[in-house]
Design a protein around this ligand. Sequence first.
Ligand code: NAP
Length: 210
Amino acid sequence: MRVILSGHRRGLGAALSEHLSGLGHQVFGFSSASDGAERVDAADFAQVSAWMAATVERHGPPDLVVANAALVVPPRPLWQLEPTEFSRLIDVNVKGMFYLFRAAIPAMLGPARGVLVGISSGYGRSTTPRMSAYCTSKWAVEGMVKTLAQELPKTMAAVSVDPGTLQTDMLKQALGAGAKFFPTPDQWVGKAANLLLGLGPQHNGQSLCV
Ligand SMILES: NC(=O)c1ccc[n+]([C@@H]2O[C@H](COP(=O)([O-])OP(=O)(O)OC[C@H]3O[C@@H](n4cnc5c(N)ncnc54)[C@H](OP(=O)(O)O)[C@@H]3O)[C@@H](O)[C@H]2O)c1
């Protein structure tokens, strides 16, 4: 399977990239602090579309596209957030997913096959105080995926996946020392990979959890 994954340098993306490659799948990923051609800012459509065009030309259309790249801002009430940090979070978490899907889908419509996954969160389906920017972005992920699911050919699928709560840099930023009580990406990745690899048209529009 050809897999495209944003945010492959750290956390869940790194674990998925390594695990899927180990299973023999072709994984193509990018992150904003990677080296060379894999250094792509998810929030910059020109960079994402150029990277996608080069990847598709060399390897063909993807079977699975995972919009995983995201960030959090330090938790605090909405009225204490800086407009610039709210804006950057929306640029990466929401526009970044749109840019990835927008760049990938035209190449997938020819064969009319493939699955698009928006990595969501429990906070895309519920809310918690002091996380308004992140909750807003993950509710947008759910809305974008469900709308896209109504637009795609019946042979394709768009799905949102809540990965659960995992010990990554992001969780440390959100929870501090409490992050150590949660499973590591390595403990999570086998189950997550099985879920992602098993997705097909029958899951179109669903909100799933690992
Ligand atoms: N960990 C959890 O408990 C949890 C729970 C629910 C949902 N999630 C979701 O799971 C996904 C992965 O989270 P994580 O915990 O693995 O986070 P993480 O450890 O902070 O990793 C985030 C990844 O995204 C990349 N990234 C960030 N900004 C980017 C940008 N502008 N352009 C390209 N890549 C960018 C990072 O690489 P660079 O630094 O190189 O850019 C990194 O590879 C996210 O969508 C997150 O919202 C996580």
